[in-house]
Design a protein around this ligand. Structure first.
Ligand code: F0G
Length: 486
């Protein structure tokens, strides 16, 4: 548990996270009956991305654009400066980026993948290789779109689901050197480090590791790009887990990390709990290389496809990332759920990371072959029996190779996102309860097959169906055990 919650002990000795905010605006939720949830699944092609929120009880699809905003953010949105060019909202955004991330040149973009498009457009060519700790779906799609390919260079420990390694997002330094020697620095436009590596369970890298990556990048004259979308939580976990930083402030830790990157980009839907995105650097040459692409793809250089209200919310949200009482909330609720499930034998990614609780569907659904998408099936089954929408992070989220063959994911995970300050502890306990029931009834879950497969980023809009009538059988068991409960 974190320093913040350690200072608030329960007399009972219970170890639970405590909300360090009060709720002042609420949104009503509905839990539709399980029969309706089965219909909704068929309508959505057994793909939780395609569910309507009217059919969703707890939306744990993502933290992207769903983190709770603060009263200060909402207040700032009311004083936004509407102007096509030279908006003062953008000046405030620049100042926040300089203060919090330590970079003086800022290019606004409408979200994280827009930054990936611009950076890939500028630097990736046919034959380019981009080494990274691990891919993110949209980062990989843009790099391959411009003719490049990626190499994922994690340590073996990163793929161990149940682990105690504090920094599974670390880049494998030996493999990085080998990769550079093999392909030649001139074919490597940049090295990409992703903070709180999303697809392996929101796992952080250490500053010690980043320092070593930075040294290697410097030695070969290769740009170091930091995907800072989940930087705040990575910094928080550095403070918890890396001895050298336990007495440092969030601001100091963040600047230590960003100071090593030549180029930073982020989804402000995550970092800063708002919308939009940004690219920033202190390198004028890099800035000049990327600058012309913003008006081409995004919009004028002082709004980049965002509304000025979003820009104000980002500026305030960046400063709030420095607040330990805010940034600790999501990781602590995740830690609670991970530990609760782990202690009852449900296989989850450990240690608890950021963004959400990641459940090992490959293990739970070991009776479903990877060709029938165990994580997709588990995500659909969990929605059916709980109304909770998670996200498949497995082979459905992978893209086919250049010859059109399936590439199976290293891990088949159901991600239950826990956005910042959105859910209460009793809601998390409901999730725990329903996961335990599904775990006990896991043999009833069956596989899925594609009936509609888009060529790019297929997981967003793809349609699947169950290979047999397992969903009906699961529903019948739910009714048997829960009676007329929703
Ligand atoms: N990088 C990382 C590490 C991300 O997690 C995301 C988005 C992006 C880039 C792309 O940013 O969505 O603003 O275009 N992650 C979301 C998720 C979609 O649900 O994990 P975007």
């Amino acid at each position: 548990m974190s320093d913040v919650s350690k200072s608030i002990k329960f007399y009972s000795g219970e170890d639970i996270p405590l909300e360090l905010h009060k709720v002042r605006i609420v949104q009503k939720l509905h839990l539709v009956p399980v029969e309706r949830r089965l219909e909704a699944l068929y309508e959505a092609g057994f793909n939780t991305f395609r569910l309507d929120t009217k059919d969703v009880f707890l939306d744990m699809l993502t933290d992207s654009g769903t983190n709770a905003m603060s009263d200060r953010q909402l207040g700032a949105m009311m004083i936004a400066d509407d102007a096509y060019a030279g908006s003062q909202s953008f000046v405030r955004y620049q100042k926040a980026v300089e203060d919090v991330l330590g970079k003086k040149y800022l290019l606004p973009v409408h979200q994280g993948r827009a930054a990936e498009n611009i950076i890939s457009n500028a630097y990736v060519r046919k034959g380019s290789v981009v080494p990274m700790n691990y891919h993110f779906t949209t980062a990989m799609a843009h790099i391959t779109q411009y003719g490049g390919r990626i190499e994922e260079l994690l340590y073996d420990e990163a793929y161990v689901i149940r682990s105690r390694h504090p920094f599974k997002g670390n880049m494998n330094l030996e493999k990085l050197e080998e990769c550079i020697k093999k392909h030649g620095a001139s074919n490597i436009p940049f090295i990409r480090m992703e903070a709180s590596t999303n697809l392996i369970g929101g796992q952080p890298f250490s500053i010690e590791n980043l320092r070593a990556v930075h040294a290697i990048a410097g030695k070969y004259g290769i740009r170091l790009v930091l995907d800072a979308s989940l930087l705040g939580e990575n910094a928080w976990l550095v403070k918890q887990r890396e001895e050298e930083f336990k007495n440092k402030s969030m601001g100091e830790i963040i600047l230590e990390m960003t100071g090593m990157a030549d180029l930073i980009y982020f989804s402000a839907r995550k970092l800063s709990s708002s919308r939009g995105g940004g690219i920033c650097t202190n390198n004028e040459k890099i800035f000049k290389e990327l600058e012309p692409l913003v008006p081409l793809f995004e919009g004028f250089l002082t709004y980049g496809g965002m509304s000025v209200r979003e820009i104000e919310a980002i500026a305030v949200g960046l400063y709030e990332t420095l607040d330990e009482g805010m940034i600790c909330q999501s990781p602590q609720f995740i830690e609670y759920l991970v530990n609760a499930l782990d202690s009852k034998g449900v296989p989850v990614v450990t240690p608890a990371g950021v963004l959400g609780c990641h459940i090992d569907a490959m293990n739970i659904c070991s009776h479903i072959p990877q060709t029938q998408y165990p994580a997709g099936a588990f995500a659909a089954a969990f929605y059916l029996i709980s109304g909770v929408r998670g996200m498949e992070r497995g082979s459905v989220s992978n893209q086919r190779d250049e010859y059109g063959n399936e590439t199976y994911a290293d891990m088949e995970l159901l991600r239950l996102a826990i956005p910042r300050r959105v859910f209460t502890l009793s809601q998390i306990k409901y999730v725990e309860d329903r996961i335990l029931w599904l775990y006990e009834n896991r043999h009833l879950i069956g596989g899925l097959k594609f009936i509609y497969e888009p060529p790019v980023l297929r997981f967003f809009m793809g349609g699947l169906e169950p290979v047999d009538d397992w969903a009906q059988k699961l529903l019948a068991k739910f009714r048997e055990d829960f009676g007329d409960s929703l």
